[in-house]
Design a protein around this ligand. Structure first.
Ligand SMILES: *[C@@H]1O[C@H](CO)[C@@H](O)[C@H](O)[C@H]1NC(C)=O
Ligand SMILES: *[C@@H]1O[C@H](CO)[C@@H](O)[C@H](O)[C@H]1NC(C)=O
Length: 333
């Protein structure tokens, strides 16, 4: 009763409204959930990207059967946009979940648009680093000979492409085989779009994840899925070309994406993946450029006991990707 009476006095009422506004609108708790369903039989929307800054298109997503699909709205759903393997046929590959078809069908795991040119950069677990133009279709390989690429981002200032290689010894198929043990042979690499050369920037990483370049191009964040940490690799300034610890104790960070607010990031975390725990708790964690955690959002209800690979903020929503679902989760306020 006391509380209600207090709320009926105008000043406290406005304080209360302002308080609610802060929680719901400014911080955003992302409590509403909906799904963008993949076509029947298709699974594994590991990543997502949007094209265009104001009237954005998408999400575009990479799926298990080797395609890159584009969301065309609720009445049409997802349609074909691009693919990575020249050997891929729709008849043999569409809808497949057979990992052994990966080398033929392709298995794209991450994608990012270069906003000024509309070029889509893709890493594929079997086919390396690729790019495709604004109309999609068969992507062109830029660099090959890798065992297991899984993250990519483009530096908005220089156009350089940063990507990660999970391992020198095992590929994506091995990760689900009995007795599989991850190692620490992961690498962080750069593709220079002018010279078309690949440079190895870091070696000895414990599993890959998706790197993210800061919006001002001063650094790139490099996650280690099995190492439970994120490092900061400086690109500009006095510490350029050196690496330092950024955040430790992150439970299995996979892809990192720039958040809507400049200088902030979202990382997809799957606590309990490595070493394996009885229950995986998937979360989105938002942090600033100094590694201070600003927010944690749990996805455990809709992604119960599942690993997630991506949290992408777009127009105030969080798009959540997983290798094990037939939908992209959309969390909104
Ligand atoms: C990984 O899996 C492939 C395909 O099943 C197999 O040929 C290869 O020997 C495995 N490699 C390791 C390191 O387990
Ligand atoms: C979570 O998934 C793992 C692996 O599939 C399984 O062994 C475990 O029992 C699951 N945990 C719960 C609480 O369902």
């Amino acid at each position: 009763m006391a509380t209600l009476q207090m709320l009926t006095t105008p000043s406290l009422f406005y304080v209360f409204v302002a308080f609610l506004y802060t929680i719901v609108v400014v911080s955003g708790q992302f409590t509403r959930f909906s799904k963008l369903e993949l076509p029947p039989g298709v699974i594994g929307p590991e990543s997502a990207a949007f094209r265009g800054l104001i009237l954005s298109e998408g999400p575009f997503t990479t799926v298990d059967d080797g395609r890159i699909l584009k969301w065309q709205g609720p009445t049409v759903g997802f349609v074909d946009f691009a693919y990575t393997s020249p050997a891929r046929t729709k008849q043999f590959c569409d809808g497949t979940t057979d990992p052994n078809k990966g080398p033929i069908c392709g298995r794209p795991l991450a994608l990012t648009f270069q906003p000024t040119t509309g070029i889509l950069y893709i890493v594929d677990a079997f086919l390396g680093l690729l790019a495709v133009g604004p109309n999609g279709g068969l992507a062109t390989q830029l660099a090959g000979g890798f065992k297991f690429l899984n993250g990519v981002d483009v530096d908005l200032l220089t156009g350089n492409v940063y990507f990660s290689d999970v391992s020198l010894t095992y590929d994506i198929r091995n990760t689900t085989q009995p007795g599989f043990k991850p190692d620490s042979t992961g690498r962080f690499l750069r593709y220079n779009t002018l010279t078309r050369q690949v440079s190895v920037l870091l070696t000895g990483l414990s599993g890959g994840g998706g790197p993210a370049v800061s919006y001002d191009g001063t650094f790139v964040l490099v996650p280690e899925l099995g190492g439970n940490r994120i490092s900061k690799y400086w690109l500009l300034g006095p510490k350029a070309n050196t690496v330092e610890p950024f955040v430790g104790n992150v439970g299995n960070p996979n892809k990192i994406k720039r958040a809507a607010r400049n200088g902030e990031f979202w990382v997809a975390v799957s606590n309990g993946l490595v070493p394996p725990a009885p229950l995986i708790t998937p979360q989105g964690v938002r942090f600033n450029s100094n590694g201070v955690v600003l927010q944690t959002v749990s996805f455990a209800t809709q992604f119960f006991n599942k690993t997630i690979s991506l949290v992408q903020e777009q127009n105030g929503n969080l798009y959540v990707g997983s290798r094990f679902t037939n939908f992209i989760g959309v969390y909104s306020n």
